[in-house]
Design a binder for this molecule. Structure first.
Ligand SMILES: [Fe+2]
Length: 502
């Protein structure tokens, strides 16, 4: 293995930290690595060609009072595959907040579990305001550039998808919605090259929806009127429509008036699903059983209906059962088993205006992905993560066959945790599951991380290749796959590693 530390960031976290989302499998890194010619157990398929990118909440400074794992600074990992070889890089996203806190040597903004009024600085980002835009939630690749984003809305940071250098922020021809920012879970339609997005906030109309063209310029941006401030996290799209949501879990208005932000579930209110033509202005709302949906998997048109798949939560606001310690109780909202997240299908009839819905499985999974070539189209397979009881940690993978209901599972060894997977179609693939599933592990037994590659059609067989990373990486949230032919300069040198040194 050819490895260097190419950067190191000064952390002011306590040496004897006891926060479970800053220690153990969530221990943040301070080093930025360059690693080429990685050690491989098994064989990297020659037709695996492109990059797996994963974002991570990786804090550098302590919280003012109460750290929440979604507050951590964005660190992106890339593992690239070409010609049967792999390279790895990781880098902090150089957000404005990250740079200002590095200069100050301390936290400057309150996190999501703290009151905004506690922020030392009066400015900031986020739907709530006076937060740091950590850009640590999601990552996609649009127009050849990696874009990191923050679930509370903020800038989209532009990163070179190979070197992970921060290239600045999305500007979209000067029309980026600077006031509201953009939420995590922008959607890239590979057929049109468009990026679809939404944002949300505490001022009317409480949401906007927009489209950016393949030319990286804003082509559409409209108000979405909601009954009040809401907390949407994800959206979906079909060939002709975007699907937005108004979930009945939102900040308590009375507490909000006092400067406190606490989400409450309202089982007396429906889930509302908003269908808007992709370049349209009028939203048509459908009502469904109350729940909160953190993530959708996909949507598509079928006859008069839009079929929408996502993860229904049986218990969006789990009660404090008294089990576990302080932190486990505080963060019970992050545990898949406590929220009871199950793959679910909503059918929105555009003629009758009715919504029919059904549970697709009894299994608890979340963080579902698919072969992105099928995004917005009829599809059969979703790849999702299983969770450790009581914690925000992934302990395995499931391939859901949505046609037969079959589930193909792989469970990681005890003490080894996974990342959100990504599906990487094989070069020249012709079938939906003709490709690979890629994830990163955090292995507490051997204090290391590996990248695992599975045959997407045979998850239960276990990884066909394991690639050793130079340092154990922290658990994190979202990941993506970008094929080599979508990345500028991918074939410019004999190997991507060589291109990275040029
Ligand atoms: Fe998310």
């Amino acid at each position: 293995m050819d490895v260097d530390v190419v950067g190191r960031v000064l952390s002011t976290l306590p040496a004897e930290d006891d926060h479970p989302y800053r220690t153990g499998p969530w221990r943040p890194q301070t080093a930025e690595w360059r690693a080429d010619e990685l050690t491989v157990v098994g064989e990297i398929p020659a037709d695996l060609d492109g990059v797996y990118l994963r974002n991570t909440e990786n804090p550098v400074h302590p919280a003012l009072e109460r750290y929440h794992p979604f507050d951590g600074d964005g660190m992106v990992h890339v593992i690239g595959f070409r010609d049967g070889k792999a390279f790895y890089r990781n880098k902090f996203v150089r957000t404005d907040g990250f740079l200002l806190e590095a200069e100050a040597g301390k936290p400057l903004w309150a996190g999501i579990a703290e009151r905004p009024a506690k922020s030392p600085r009066a400015d900031g980002w986020g739907a709530r305001g006076r937060m740091k835009d950590a850009s640590s939630t999601d990552v996609v690749v649009h127009a050849g550039v990696a874009l990191t984003s923050f679930y509370q809305c903020g800038d989209l940071y532009r990163l070179d998808p190979l070197t992970l250098e921060t290239l600045g922020k999305a500007e979209w021809g000067g029309e980026f919605p600077y006031g509201c920012g953009v939420s995590a879970h922008t959607k890239v339609d590979p057929r049109t090259g468009e990026l679809l997005f939404f944002n949300y906030g505490t001022d009317e109309p409480y949401m906007h929806y927009g489209v950016v063209g393949a030319d990286d310029r804003l082509s559409h941006y409209v108000d979405i009127a909601l009954p009040g401030p809401r907390l949407p996290h994800d959206m979906a799209f079909t060939e002709n429509y975007a699907i937005l949501n108004d979930c009945p879990m939102f900040w308590d208005p009375e507490l909000m008036a006092k400067g406190r932000y606490a989400a409450r579930f309202h089982p007396e209110l429906p889930l509302r699903l908003g269908v808007i033509p992709r370049k349209g202005t009028e939203v048509r709302w459908f009502e469904a059983a109350p729940t909160y949906v953190l993530h959708w998997v996909n949507a598509y048109e079928e006859g008069d209906e839009i079929v929408l798949d996502g993860f229904f939560q049986d218990d969006p606001e789990p009660r404090d059962s008294g089990d576990g310690g302080y932190y486990q109780r505080m963060f019970r909202f992050l545990a898949l088993d406590r929220m009871q997240t199950r793959l679910h299908r909503w059918r929105l009839n555009l003629v009758t205006g009715q919504c029919r819905e059904e549970r697709l499985t009894d299994s608890i999974t979340e963080f579902g992905v698919l072969n992105s070539a099928y995004g917005g189209l009829g599809y059969r397979y979703a790849y999702a993560a299983t969770g450790v009881e009581g914690w925000f940690l992934f302990d395995g993978l499931v391939r859901h066959d949505l046609r037969t209901g079959a589930e193909d599972r792989f469970r990681l060894p005890a003490g080894v945790y996974g990342s959100e997977p990504a599906m990487a179609p094989r070069s020249g693939s012709s079938a939906e599951d003709d490709g690979y599933v890629v994830t990163l592990t955090t292995d507490m037994n051997d204090d290391r991380s590996e990248c695992l590659i599975f045959d997407a059609a045979r998850i239960a067989d276990g990884p066909i290749a394991r690639i050793k990373l130079p340092e154990r990486v922290s658990s994190g949230t979202h990941a993506t796959w970008a094929a080599g032919d979508t990345i500028p300069g991918w074939r410019a040198a004999d190997s991507p590693a060589q291109a990275l040194r040029l």
